[in-house]
Every structure is written in C-alpha cells, then in structure tokens.
Ligand binder design. Structure first.
Ligand code: 13P
Ligand code: SF4
Length: 354
C-alpha cells in the first residue's frame, strides 16, 4: 500500500530540520516506506563499515535490527548517539546464543582440551556480549559477505573454529566454499548437556557450529528450488547463505543481500531469477528490474517477511525523527564500555580482513 502522505511529509520535514545532524542507515530488508528516507542502504557489512562515515552527525538513526544498531554504537564515537526506531526490532537468530550459554560452551571446550586450539568466529547477527566474547578469545566477526575470508583468517590462528550463532552460514561456507566435508562439522546444542557432544567428537571436529538459524531463511526447502525450476524453465536460483545446506547446494548462486542486488543489476535482459531471501527486498528488486525485462520471483510460494525488520515502519521513523527535532533522544542503543572494548576488537578484526 502507498505510504500515508501526511507521514511522508512529516518525515521529510523532520529530516530537513535535522540536516547534517542526522544520518539514517537502512538495511536492505527494510520496508520501502523506510528505505525512502535512508541516506545509505546496505548489507550488514556495508552498514557496519559506513556507520562511522559521518562522524559529524550527532544522531545515527538505524533502520534495521538491534544487533546492527549495537554494532553502529560500538564502531562510532561517544559523541554520536544511535537510535533504533522500535526497540522490539530484535533478531531471533541473535537471541539463540546468550552470553551464559556461550560461556558454558567455552567451558565444555576447555574440559575437552580443545579451547586453546579453537578460534571463535561470530556472525554479525549476534549480541554485543557475544561479540565481546569473540574479541576476548582472539576471534573475529564475519558477515555473509566475508565469511570465507574470516574463516581462512581464523584457521591461520588455530586448528578449530567455533562458529556462532548461524550453523547454516558456518556449514555452507566451510563445505561449499572451502571444500571441507560435512563430517568435519559438529553441531553444539546449547540446550543439551555438553552441547550434546562427546569430548572425542569435539577433538575430531574442525568446525564446531552453534545450533542457531534464521527462521525466515529456514522456510526455503529443496522442494522450493525443485518447484521453481519446474515452473520457470531456465530460471537462475540465487539464495542467501543463511539458507539450509541442501538449499544452498541446489542453488546456482549464493550471496549476501548486497551480492544479490549486484547480481541482478548485472543480469542480462530476459533472464529469469528466483530469489531466496527476505520478501521486502525481493519485491523491491522485482519492481526495480521489471522494466529491464528481468523476471524476478520469490523462491517460495509462501510469503516470508522478517517480522522484526518489519517493525521499523514509517510511524516509528517519524516518531524517532520528530523526537530528535524536539531535542529528545528516544530508543538510544548504548553498549557498556567494557563490552564495547572487546566487541570492537572483534569487529575491527573483521574490518581489517584482507
Ligand atoms: P546481509 O545483509 O549481510 O546479507 O544479512 C542478512 C541478514 O539476515 C541480516 O539480518
Ligand atoms: Fe535475523 Fe533472519 Fe531477520 Fe536477518 S532475516 S534479522 S537473521 S531473523
């Protein structure tokens, strides 16, 4: 539905009044009505890198989810205040690894005698606490666009990787991109004693994958890929690496949201594409490229929005911006100093990956 013209006018007026004082960042999964007001759009990596691009801006309004706003706070100076327009915009995957669970896991690895040889690699989709754990133990953060480089770096530092919290990104990168076998990977289940693993299994494994996943990308199945190939002959299947291993294996191309956009941009007219990622982005791309004769469809028959990304809507954005105009900072995301220090170590290692 088209956006409420009154709200559009209010958002525009508030942004104009704030001028250079505000910097609005928008993740590719955001609604169109929100993307319209973003100064920069990007995947998780680009948004982490660009968060510090405008040190003069007093306020950073982050249109995305909680862990992204935390990362922006960590990577920017104390004078810059980060605002998340709706505090309920979390990420179910990030919630699958708590600080207590990860500390317990490290104890299990220590008791099995493998902690010293293990380097943690944490997906951006994790809380600041998990990032701080990663930094404390000599590890790095990664996103879907640099997971392979992060793993290559980690295997120069140690013999094993503890990859958290997305088992699929970890497995897909290790097996599809780096030639490891499925047997090299074990899954640590935080809800079972000792992660459900024996010390022998931990010692034999190369990749210790945390049992987390994205419920949005988890909806795509091998059937979705087979069905779309039958329905649309010649279709190119392009999916996000948060999809299950069997989906990624059956796809033609795999990459982050930024990669997906670039691939479609470069695609020839007349080509057909089925995209396995969040629906706001797929719909936007289908519309954007329709007049270039590119046919873009959603990979599955059911709809899958990321419900937490969708929480940031135009009313919340208007409220956040108008509050700033009135001199009131609402929904500030602020990571405590100690957590920030160690989380920053891990994030900076990512930003320095070759
Ligand atoms: P990217 O934008 O980095 O591909 O990540 C997708 C995602 O799930 C963000 O939550
Ligand atoms: Fe989290 Fe999945 Fe939503 Fe990304 S798409 S924010 S991983 S729930």
């Amino acid at each position: 539905a088209p956006s409420d013209p009154d709200l559009v006018a209010r958002a525009r007026a508030a942004k104009e009044k704030l001028g250079d004082k505000v910097f609005v960042l928008g993740h590719h999964y955001q609604r169109d009505e929100v993307i319209e007001f973003a100064d920069v759009t990007g995947d998780s990596f680009k948004l982490a890198r660009d968060a510090a691009a405008r040190p003069d801006a007093e306020y950073i309004v982050f249109c995305g989810v909680h862990f992204m706003a935390e990362s922006a706070d960590i990577l920017t100076g104390d004078a810059q205040q980060v605002v998340l327009p709706d505090l309920a915009a979390g990420c179910s995957m990030a919630d699958m690894a708590t600080a207590e669970q990860v500390a317990e896991c490290w104890e299990v690895l220590t008791e099995a005698g493998v902690a010293d040889a293990t380097v943690p690699v944490s997906y951006m989709n994790s809380s600041a606490d998990i990032k701080a754990f990663t930094g404390r133990h000599g590890g790095t953060i990664c996103t879907s666009s640099n997971a392979q480089r992060a793993l290559e770096w980690a295997f120069q530092q140690g013999q094993k990787v503890l990859f958290l919290p997305d088992q699929h990104l970890g497995r897909n990168t290790a097996v599809r991109d780096m030639g490891m076998s499925l047997e090299d990977c074990v899954v640590y289940n935080p809800h079972k004693p000792n992660g459900g693993l024996t010390p022998e299994q931990l010692r034999a494994a190369t990749m210790i994958l945390w049992r987390g996943h994205c419920s949005v990308h988890g909806r795509f199945s091998l059937d979705s890929v087979n069905d779309v190939r039958e329905r649309i002959p010649g279709v190119n299947v392009l999916v996000h690496p948060e999809c299950k291993h069997e989906v990624v294996t059956a796809a033609d191309y795999v990459g982050s949201t930024e990669y997906i956009i670039k691939a479609l941009d470069a695609a020839p007219a007349g080509s057909k594409w089925a995209i396995g990622t969040e629906l706001n982005l797929v719909r936007r791309l289908a519309n954007r490229f329709a007049d270039q004769g590119k046919e873009i469809v959603f990979l599955d028959k059911t709809v899958c929005f990321c419900s937490t990304m969708n929480r940031i809507d135009l009313p919340h954005l208007v409220w956040a911006l108008e509050s700033l105009v009135a001199g009131k900072v609402v929904n500030r995301i602020q990571v405590d100093e100690e957590t920030e220090h160690f989380a920053k170590l891990a994030l900076e290692r990512m930003l320095m990956l070759p």
